[in-house]
Design a protein around this ligand. Structure first.
Ligand code: DQA
Length: 149
Protein backbone atom coordinates (compact mmCIF):
# COMPACT_ATOMS: atom_id res chain seq x y z
CA UNK A 1 0.00 0.00 0.00
CA UNK A 2 1.36 3.39 -0.97
CA UNK A 3 0.39 6.61 0.81
CA UNK A 4 1.26 10.05 -0.54
CA UNK A 5 2.05 13.01 1.67
CA UNK A 6 1.40 16.18 -0.31
CA UNK A 7 2.33 19.66 0.85
CA UNK A 8 1.30 22.88 -0.82
CA UNK A 9 2.63 26.43 -1.02
CA UNK A 10 5.17 27.73 1.50
CA UNK A 11 5.46 24.47 3.41
CA UNK A 12 8.92 24.05 1.90
CA UNK A 13 9.87 26.95 4.19
CA UNK A 14 9.04 25.14 7.44
CA UNK A 15 11.79 25.58 9.99
CA UNK A 16 12.22 29.27 9.29
CA UNK A 17 8.63 30.24 8.48
CA UNK A 18 6.80 31.66 11.50
CA UNK A 19 8.07 28.98 13.94
CA UNK A 20 5.78 30.24 16.71
CA UNK A 21 2.82 29.08 14.61
CA UNK A 22 4.24 26.23 12.52
CA UNK A 23 7.03 24.90 14.76
CA UNK A 24 10.77 24.85 14.25
CA UNK A 25 11.11 21.61 12.27
CA UNK A 26 11.94 21.58 8.58
CA UNK A 27 9.79 19.72 6.08
CA UNK A 28 12.65 17.26 5.54
CA UNK A 29 12.75 16.50 9.29
CA UNK A 30 9.00 15.97 9.39
CA UNK A 31 9.16 13.76 6.29
CA UNK A 32 11.81 11.59 8.02
CA UNK A 33 9.44 11.04 10.96
CA UNK A 34 6.61 10.21 8.55
CA UNK A 35 8.91 7.73 6.76
CA UNK A 36 9.65 6.01 10.10
CA UNK A 37 5.96 5.88 10.98
CA UNK A 38 5.16 4.43 7.55
CA UNK A 39 7.77 1.71 8.10
CA UNK A 40 6.18 0.89 11.49
CA UNK A 41 2.79 0.63 9.79
CA UNK A 42 4.18 -1.50 6.97
CA UNK A 43 3.25 0.89 4.16
CA UNK A 44 5.18 2.77 1.48
CA UNK A 45 5.19 6.53 1.47
CA UNK A 46 6.00 9.13 -1.19
CA UNK A 47 6.29 12.89 -0.79
CA UNK A 48 5.40 15.78 -3.06
CA UNK A 49 5.55 19.51 -2.37
CA UNK A 50 4.78 22.37 -4.70
CA UNK A 51 4.14 26.08 -4.46
CA UNK A 52 1.94 25.87 -7.57
CA UNK A 53 -1.68 24.78 -7.64
CA UNK A 54 -1.40 23.51 -11.23
CA UNK A 55 1.57 21.30 -10.31
CA UNK A 56 -0.46 19.80 -7.48
CA UNK A 57 -3.38 19.19 -9.87
CA UNK A 58 -1.01 17.56 -12.39
CA UNK A 59 0.38 15.34 -9.65
CA UNK A 60 -3.12 14.26 -8.56
CA UNK A 61 -4.05 13.50 -12.18
CA UNK A 62 -0.84 11.57 -12.80
CA UNK A 63 1.51 9.86 -10.32
CA UNK A 64 -0.98 10.03 -7.44
CA UNK A 65 -3.34 7.66 -9.27
CA UNK A 66 -1.15 4.75 -8.14
CA UNK A 67 -1.67 5.48 -4.44
CA UNK A 68 -4.13 4.11 -1.89
CA UNK A 69 -4.42 7.27 0.19
CA UNK A 70 -3.30 10.87 0.57
CA UNK A 71 -2.29 13.01 3.54
CA UNK A 72 -2.52 16.61 2.38
CA UNK A 73 -1.54 19.94 3.83
CA UNK A 74 -2.54 22.30 1.04
CA UNK A 75 -1.32 25.44 2.83
CA UNK A 76 -3.28 28.53 1.86
CA UNK A 77 -4.82 26.68 -1.11
CA UNK A 78 -6.95 25.00 1.55
CA UNK A 79 -8.98 28.18 1.73
CA UNK A 80 -9.53 28.95 -1.97
CA UNK A 81 -7.93 26.27 -4.19
CA UNK A 82 -11.00 25.06 -6.07
CA UNK A 83 -9.08 23.37 -8.88
CA UNK A 84 -7.09 21.47 -6.26
CA UNK A 85 -10.33 20.55 -4.52
CA UNK A 86 -11.83 19.28 -7.79
CA UNK A 87 -8.70 17.27 -8.65
CA UNK A 88 -8.71 15.66 -5.20
CA UNK A 89 -12.42 14.83 -5.50
CA UNK A 90 -11.98 13.49 -9.05
CA UNK A 91 -9.11 11.24 -7.94
CA UNK A 92 -11.49 9.40 -5.58
CA UNK A 93 -8.48 8.60 -3.39
CA UNK A 94 -9.26 8.76 0.34
CA UNK A 95 -7.49 11.74 1.87
CA UNK A 96 -6.90 13.31 5.26
CA UNK A 97 -6.42 17.07 5.47
CA UNK A 98 -3.69 18.19 7.88
CA UNK A 99 -2.81 21.61 9.26
CA UNK A 100 0.05 22.25 11.64
CA UNK A 101 -1.79 25.18 13.18
CA UNK A 102 -5.36 25.30 14.44
CA UNK A 103 -6.89 27.06 11.43
CA UNK A 104 -10.15 27.52 13.38
CA UNK A 105 -8.46 29.65 16.03
CA UNK A 106 -6.69 32.03 13.63
CA UNK A 107 -7.81 34.65 11.09
CA UNK A 108 -11.36 34.36 9.77
CA UNK A 109 -10.22 33.50 6.22
CA UNK A 110 -8.43 30.37 7.51
CA UNK A 111 -11.56 28.90 9.06
CA UNK A 112 -13.01 27.87 5.73
CA UNK A 113 -11.57 24.85 3.95
CA UNK A 114 -12.69 24.09 0.40
CA UNK A 115 -11.15 20.64 0.86
CA UNK A 116 -13.01 19.50 3.95
CA UNK A 117 -16.07 18.29 2.01
CA UNK A 118 -13.98 15.95 -0.16
CA UNK A 119 -11.71 14.41 2.49
CA UNK A 120 -12.28 11.69 5.05
CA UNK A 121 -11.41 14.09 7.87
CA UNK A 122 -9.26 16.95 9.07
CA UNK A 123 -6.53 17.28 11.69
CA UNK A 124 -5.59 20.82 12.72
CA UNK A 125 -3.49 22.33 15.48
CA UNK A 126 -1.46 19.27 16.49
CA UNK A 127 1.77 20.44 14.85
CA UNK A 128 3.98 17.99 12.93
CA UNK A 129 2.46 15.07 14.82
CA UNK A 130 -0.75 15.69 12.90
CA UNK A 131 0.87 14.12 9.83
CA UNK A 132 1.66 10.95 11.84
CA UNK A 133 -1.84 10.72 13.28
CA UNK A 134 -3.30 11.27 9.81
CA UNK A 135 -1.12 8.51 8.34
CA UNK A 136 -1.99 6.14 11.17
CA UNK A 137 -5.73 6.75 10.76
CA UNK A 138 -5.66 6.63 6.96
CA UNK A 139 -3.95 3.23 6.92
CA UNK A 140 -6.52 1.85 9.39
CA UNK A 141 -9.33 3.36 7.33
CA UNK A 142 -8.07 1.87 4.06
CA UNK A 143 -7.46 -1.55 5.63
CA UNK A 144 -10.97 -1.55 7.09
CA UNK A 145 -12.46 -0.55 3.73
CA UNK A 146 -10.48 -3.31 2.01
CA UNK A 147 -11.72 -5.83 4.57
CA UNK A 148 -15.26 -4.63 4.03
CA UNK A 149 -15.59 -3.62 7.68
C1 DQA B 1 -1.51 25.68 7.20
C2 DQA B 1 -2.55 26.73 7.52
C3 DQA B 1 -2.83 27.62 6.32
O1 DQA B 1 -3.79 28.60 6.65
C4 DQA B 1 -1.56 28.32 5.89
O2 DQA B 1 -1.81 29.10 4.73
C5 DQA B 1 -0.44 27.37 5.66
C6 DQA B 1 -0.24 26.29 6.62
C7 DQA B 1 -1.09 24.87 8.44
O3 DQA B 1 -0.42 23.86 8.27
O4 DQA B 1 -1.39 25.26 9.57
O5 DQA B 1 0.35 27.54 4.74
O6 DQA B 1 -2.06 24.77 6.25
Amino acid sequence: MKILVINGPNLNMLGTRNPAVYGGDTLAEIEDRIRNKAADLGVDVDFFQSNHEGALVDYLQGPARESAGIVMNAGALTHYGLSLRDALADSQIPAIEVHLSNIHAREEFRRRSVLSSVVVGQIAGLGWRGYLYALDYLVTHIREEEAGA
